[in-house]
Ligand binder design. Structure first.
Ligand code: HEM
Length: 407
């Protein structure tokens, strides 16, 4: 869907177009400025603080059914808004606060939905101007809202650093604005590009990790023997006297395997569209230069020629195997590969690893009431990301000593 044309900012137009001069620049900014190992490490305390809020909240709601996705979405949005925008948004409208967390989340949901929607005008271009489904009207409306919000974000950041020599960037918008001041940059970043970049970072990060975690929990409550194996590994490696820390992940191969298996079965169904740069042949098909190419990862990741029992949730298949999720192994591409691979994959992966490990370590998980695991609905809704048709409801009970929840 040509959402970018109407929303003004989108993965496929300003900063990210692989055909425009901004693309190489944007990639360089990601790898050399925004997602360096040092910067990611410096945000660890944010990931820990936000996860702790959730752990505490779950402790207080223990025994009651909760819609897990709503809580996970709060963690993702709070982490990414602190990392990118330098602050998180509350659900209460406070003085001087231009937007509530709920409003921001609604805007992101609308943007993601419109990016993945099937629009008649895309298939029959001469009907496009009629906007039969009303999508274009909705895109223009959400673009206006985002622009108002991002203008305010940029103004606030500029005001904060005004008159300060050698200002040290505190968040990603600061980094982008400092780069925009740099006259030596190969392609100058203007205000519009900073806003586009900022929006891509927020939209790219928010729903992806939430959905992965919701699917992981759905698979685990559906397969209690796998859930038991995961808790056994956590007890053995972490013990019952402390929480998981990011550095522990290298000692938790089964938790890593659960994440890979969740991504294999429930990752994004398609990668970002590509265009063939030259004539080529793929599996005996002639692909002409300029053809738009869609990579169907859903099919690759369930291909029986590559995976034994492809529709079964079986993390064990990854144990002792070197298949990773970083775009090197083409049978598993949850973050894509190559020039358009997800620039935020290491941050996304860290949020997923620590949320999954700590939620499993700190709580037992059950379906509400007398619902059996066989009754759990696992239907998907195909969008830009793969959503669970019926949101997962679960009941959590603490499994560690009470003083550990006193954060
Ligand atoms: C578990 C978390 C995440 C998953 C599963 C995920 C997945 C993906 C995938 C599949 C793509 C398309 C890659 C391709 O076509 O080759 C992508 C692109 C992108 N992701 Fe992520 N992502 C995650 C987290 C993040 C985070 C944390 C950020 C930013 C902070 C981010 C920002 C982006 C952006 C800006 C793009 C567009 C890149 C382009 O068009 O060239 N993502 N992501």
């Amino acid at each position: 869907m040509a959402a970018g044309k109407y929303t003004g900012y989108n993965f496929s137009n300003i900063t990210w177009s692989p055909y425009g001069p901004y693309f190489n620049q944007a990639r360089k900014i990601c790898t050399m400025e925004l997602f360096t190992a040092k910067r990611l490490k410096s945000y660890e305390y944010i990931r820990v603080e936000e996860l702790n809020v959730l752990l505490k909240h779950l402790y207080e709601s223990s025994g009651k059914p909760i819609a897990l996705k709503d809580h996970l979405a709060d963690v993702s949005l709070n982490v990414i808004s602190r990392v990118v925008l330098g602050k998180k948004y509350s659900n209460e409208r406070q003085n001087g606060i231009e937007i509530t967390r709920h409003e921001l989340k609604e805007m992101i949901d609308e943007l993601i939905l419109l990016n993945g929607v099937f629009d008649i005008g895309d298939s029959i271009p001469w009907l496009g101007f009629l906007d039969l489904q009303g999508n274009i009207k909705r895109m223009k409306a959400v673009a206006k809202k985002f622009d108002r919000f991002l203008e305010q974000v940029v103004d606030e950041h500029n005001a904060r650093r005004k008159g300060i020599d050698n200002y040290v960037a505190k968040d990603m918008v600061d980094v982008l604005l400092l780069l925009a001041d740099d006259p030596t940059l190969e392609v100058r970043l203007d205000r519009h590009s900073v806003k586009g970049f900022t929006l891509d970072l927020i939209a790219g990060a928010t729903e992806t990790s939430t959905l992965m975690l919701e699917w992981a929990f759905a698979e685990l409550v559906k397969n209690p023997e796998i859930l038991d194996k995961a808790t056994e590994e956590l007890d053995r490696v972490i013990g019952k006297e402390r929480w998981f820390e990011e550095k522990d992940i290298v000692n938790l191969p089964f938790i890593e395997a659960i994440i890979k298996e969740t991504m294999r079965l429930h990752g994004a169904p398609m990668l970002m569209p590509r265009m063939a740069r030259e004539d080529c042949k793929v599996a005996a098909y002639d692909i002409l230069k300029g053809t738009q190419v869609l990579v169907n990862t859903w099919t690759i990741e369930r291909d029986p020629a590559l995976w034994e029992n492809p529709n079964e949730f079986c993390p064990e298949r990854f144990l002792g195997k070197s298949i990773d999720v970083k775009g090197n192994d083409f049978e598993l591409l949850p973050f894509g590969a190559g020039r358009r691979m997800c620039p935020g994959y290491s941050n996304g992966l860290k949020v997923i690893q620590s949320s999954l490990a700590n939620l499993l370590h700190g709580f037992t998980w059950k379906l509400p009431g007398n619902m059996s695991n066989k009754e759990l609905n696992m239907e998907e809704v195909f969008k830009l990301a793969n959503q669970k048709k019926i949101p997962l409801e679960v009941v959590a009970q603490p499994r560690l000593a009470p003083h550990l929840y006193n954060m």
